[in-house]
Design a protein around this ligand. Sequence first.
Ligand SMILES: NC(=O)c1ccc[n+]([C@@H]2O[C@H](COP(=O)([O-])OP(=O)(O)OC[C@H]3O[C@@H](n4cnc5c(N)ncnc54)[C@H](OP(=O)(O)O)[C@@H]3O)[C@@H](O)[C@H]2O)c1
Length: 278
Amino acid sequence: MTTLVTGASGHVGRAVLDALVAAGQDVRASSRDAATLDVPDGVAKVSADLEDPSTLESALDGVESVFLYTQRQGIDGFVKAAEAAGVRHVVLLSSGATLEPKSARSRIARLHRVVEEALIAAPFAETLLNPGSFATNTLGWRADIAEGVVRTPYPDSRVGAIHERDLGDVAAKILIDGSHAGEALQLSGPEPVSFREQAAILADVLGRPLRVEELTPEQAAERMAALGWPPEVPPEILRAIERTTREPSMVTDVVREVTGHTPRTFRQWAEDHRADFA
Ligand SMILES: NC(=O)c1ccc[n+]([C@@H]2O[C@H](COP(=O)([O-])OP(=O)(O)OC[C@H]3O[C@@H](n4cnc5c(N)ncnc54)[C@H](OP(=O)(O)O)[C@@H]3O)[C@@H](O)[C@H]2O)c1
């Protein structure tokens, strides 16, 4: 059984790929430019652009299951190509935003929901992964950490940030055994940890002091705009972060229920990523 891992260069995609390879599965890895992919021995590489379904036929040839990134443009073409190829199960990296009570007003939720709905309507099985915050978001602190500081809005915001390897383990388990078909899985790390505590853990793991400097929401929005985020997104994200100063983000036990192991802590994530902050 061949599994296609889209976005194999991505943090989560790579973790899915590694978990499947460790389990001895037959895996094909895709990127928009396969030449840039560095994959383990024995893994086939293929170029595929989810926004351009004409590139998907060869990527999906002989594939039974797919790990899919959310890409609204081209999702209908993906569904057709996957059906034609005889795909039986797609595991989608979606977002916890679609499960939030006010998700109808959320641009982030709407983007993901279009893809979720296309897969739910498709003739093959789907499993939706709906994680909250990623621990990898703190990689955005690298430039500031090089200066000995963590600059963040709402430093006392508490999130149950999830390790990409836990997402990889969950996706791989489901891709291998075909379980959880038709389900939406709300995924998180093991406990809420504030940004201030994340900074302290990173300081401890990196062995150097890190000062926390609070950004105003306006300063944070300016930084996001400079990174090219569409203008309506920063206010939505900042509102969500502000909410978690009052009530921590949802923590679930789903990683353990699916994989049998407890989700990795933020400290474990920091130890795994020490070199990224060198
Ligand atoms: N950050 C969070 O807290 C959070 C929380 C919940 C959900 N999410 C969701 O998680 C996803 C990000 O995951 P990540 O951190 O693993 O991302 P990442 O490291 O930035 O990787 C993104 C991957 O998407 C692939 N990609 C981009 N456009 C593509 C296209 N048109 N066709 C095929 N592949 C394409 C890229 O592959 P190539 O460049 O090699 O083609 C890359 O491998 C987003 O969908 C986000 O909404 C994030």
